[in-house]
Design a protein around this ligand. Structure first.
Ligand SMILES: *Cc1c(COP(=O)(O)O)cnc(C)c1O
Length: 370
């Protein structure tokens, strides 16, 4: 007998998450210099780590022999001021992926179902399947969430609906009024997990006042991250905001020290580095214009994006991806998201975008008709 055979069948059936290829791995595989490789594969911040966060990280080095503050008091206090919510409404996570999983663990059991959209973030089906509960994938509409169909898909046993706004990998966005109508219409026993990982990349006038919705909808949970505009993807820190009752449940199932000392300190500092956030936002606006102009010039279809990345159509995505890798450019194949003819690229610095577009031009030229 094989010990693996006794694991639940729903665990054995999980398809492993396919992350963006690390720079070191590409260097090894293709014999390239790491310094000559650019990674535009995981929607990371091309400006790196904010100076304030770097200083905060250096300041905690001497204290690393001690366990972190398991309640994350200082970061929660900073978030509480920033968002104008109670500290008891917050849940910190080892990345927002962690809080997505905590929501699933706290609210789902195998007899339940959870609803999410086709082409939505891959972590939703993963955390649902890890519980052994049923995932209901609702077909996308114009690559985005079809909220009417999602509301109709909710069953008596549904306990969570996941919505990403903006969505990754399609970059689609749902207007605040449509989103609030959707939340208001859902049954009270369904937790709405609204994933706002790219919130800070939205133009200010497009951002929903989703924090204010929490007062009206105790079944709403917002998740956000320090991995994107705040530039801390490698440290793994994100959070959820909800009603105090929901936050309390998630806090009970999390590991006592799920966020490490460096992450806690860096996140609090990054939250305060308004100049860095503004610079990152502005770089993205300019880079998005550069990228989309490039796609138009190459006559490639792309999905207009509200995030820090764009998904574009190349046909033979495997071949184009391989040609890009050989040129030292890492983007993200998204066949696993049901988009086998498309690739996703993160907006980089102007120089990185230029290099990517030049490599893409050669790649689609050399693979055309193949
Ligand atoms: C990048 C991303 C996150 C953030 O994940 P972390 O675990 O916080 O790094 C969450 N949701 C979506 C849709 C994302 O694209």
């Amino acid at each position: 007998m094989n010990i693996c055979d006794v694991a639940p069948s729903y665990i054995r059936a999980i398809a492993p998450y396919q992350p963006g290829k690390p720079i070191s791995e590409l260097a090894r595989e293709f014999g390239l210099q790491e310094a000559n490789i650019i990674k535009l594969a995981s929607n990371e911040n091309p400006l790196g780590v904010s100076p304030k966060a770097q200083a905060a990280i250096r300041a905690v080095l001497d204290g690393l022999a001690l366990y972190p503050d398991g309640n994350g008091f200082e970061l929660k206090q900073a978030l509480s001021r920033h968002l104008k919510v109670g500290m008891d409404q917050l849940v910190l996570g080892n990345g927002s992926n962690d809080v997505l999983e905590l929501a699933a663990r706290a609210f789902l059991q195998p007899a339940n179902s959870a609803v999410y959209a086709q082409h939505a973030f891959a972590v939703y089906p993963l955390v649902v399947q890890a519980i052994g509960c049923k995932g209901i994938e609702v077909p996308a509409k114009n690559f985005g969430h079809d909220l009417d169909a999602m509301a109709k898909a909710v069953q008596d046993d549904t306990r969570i609906v996941f919505v990403a706004n903006p969505n990754n990998p399609t970059g689609t966005w749902i207007a605040p009024d449509a989103m609030e109508r959707f939340i208001a219409a859902l049954p009270a026993q369904v937790l709405v997990v609204l994933d706002e990982a790219y919130n800070e990349y939205l133009r200010p006038e497009l951002r929903a006042d989703s924090i204010s919705w929490l007062k009206k909808y105790p079944n709403l949970l917002l998740t956000r991250t320090f991995s994107k505009v705040y530039g801390l993807a490698g440290l793994r820190v994100g959070y959820a905001v909800g009603s105090s009752g929901v936050a309390d449940l998630l806090n009970r199932v999390r590991q006592p020290f799920n966020v490490n000392s460096m992450s806690l300190a860096a996140a609090a500092a990054a939250l305060d580095d308004h100049a860095f956030v503004r610079k990152s936002y502005e770089l993205n606006v300019a880079g998005m214009a550069q990228m989309t102009a490039g796609f138009k010039q190459l006559r490639l279809d792309y999905i207009p994006s509200y995030g820090n990345f764009v998904t574009f159509k190349v046909g033979d995505a495997q071949a184009v991806n391989l040609a890009l890798l050989k040129a030292g450019v890492i983007v993200r194949p998204i066949a696993g998201y049901g988009l086998p003819q498309w690739l996703r690229v993160t907006i980089g610095t102007a120089a990185e975008n230029t290099r990517f577009l030049a490599s893409l031009k050669s790649a689609v030229g050399s693979t055309a008709g193949s």
